[in-house]
Ligand binder design. Structure first.
Ligand SMILES: [Zn+2]
Length: 294
């Protein structure tokens, strides 16, 4: 498949506004296919992965990793997304086949499916301890929850819009979003002007339906703030799992557990949680692992 997803990084108002916008249709569709997701689960994961691509691009080091976890008391229970600094994003939903009636506005009820709970943002920057921030979910619609996270956990006023639109056949039609962040030193007058502008914008999915690109979305909100596009990056749904990694997981369960699996006499199938890829181990291979396990 030709990957058409990309992310744009920009600045405006002489670096006092940082801006990101992304189109993530293929990423959301890859996530849907990898986990056979229902439409609500696709929308939730697509939104969080879109945010992941933008937030991942803020990571500096090659090995830095961003993980976002949402835990809720709704029927979807939660979702997890990770992103790196190379534009790779992946994720999964706890209850992938969750279904709910549409919200009163006729939309996929992502907030209802997630319920009340928490959003955690974990940045592993290769230091002794990862940086962890956690906030209570505001609506469970994800964009609002991330906006709240940035305001309260990082003291960075932000405007975040995320959207996923499904086709009638339940594949992904549109997915994308943008994120604007205000840096210290921005004048009150400018904030008011920006808020007015943002208030007049259509939803992300409407803009994408009209054929707008990430650059168009940023132009629309920031053209009067001397917008400067800095970079355009390729982004994709990508999982770095491998047979070796899965072997390490099996080794870590210990000899006793391995012994039980061997005694069942069947090949052992292990699925990667993030991408759904299946790895099969024959009884002979399991015995080899058993001998290698301590
Ligand atoms: Zn994987």
């Amino acid at each position: 498949m030709n990957n058409r997803d990309y992310l744009v990084i920009a600045t405006a108002a002489e670096d006092r506004i940082r801006a990101y916008a992304a189109v993530t249709r293929d990423i959301a569709e890859e996530g849907r296919k990898a986990h056979d997701l229902s439409p609500i689960a696709t929308a939730a994961l697509g939104r969080l992965m879109t945010a992941g691509t933008m937030m991942g691009s803020m990571l500096k080091g090659d090995n830095d990793l961003l993980t976002m976890q949402i835990r809720g008391d709704g029927p979807m229970k939660g979702l997890t997304v990770t992103a790196d600094s190379f534009g790779h994003v992946k994720g999964f939903v706890t209850v992938p086949d969750v279904m709910l009636p549409p919200s009163p506005a006729g939309k996929l009820d992502v907030g209802g499916a997630i319920g009340r709970g928490t959003l955690s943002v974990i940045r592993d920057l290769g230091l002794k301890e990862p940086y962890v921030g956690q906030v209570a979910l505001q609506t469970g619609e994800i964009a609002e929850d991330l906006t709240y996270y940035y305001a309260y956990s990082e003291q960075t006023p932000s405007s975040i819009a995320l959207g996923v639109l499904m086709e009638k056949n339940n594949t992904v039609r549109q997915s994308g979003g943008f994120m604007l962040q205000l840096m210290p030193g921005i004048e009150e007058e400018m904030i008011i002007k920006l808020e007015e502008k943002l208030g007049s914008l259509k939803s992300v999915t409407k803009m994408l339906e009209e054929g707008m690109t990430p650059e168009d979305m940023l132009n629309l909100s920031l053209s009067s703030f001397s917008l400067r596009i800095l970079e355009k990056r390729e982004i994709s749904f990508y999982c770095n799992c491998s047979r070796e990694r899965i072997e390490k997981v099996l080794l870590s369960v210990g000899r006793e557990e391995l012994q039980k699996m061997i005694e069942e006499g069947e090949p052992v199938e292990v699925r990667c949680q993030f991408c759904g890829r299946a790895y099969s181990f024959s009884t002979e291979e399991m015995k080899k692992l058993y001998r290698a396990a301590s």
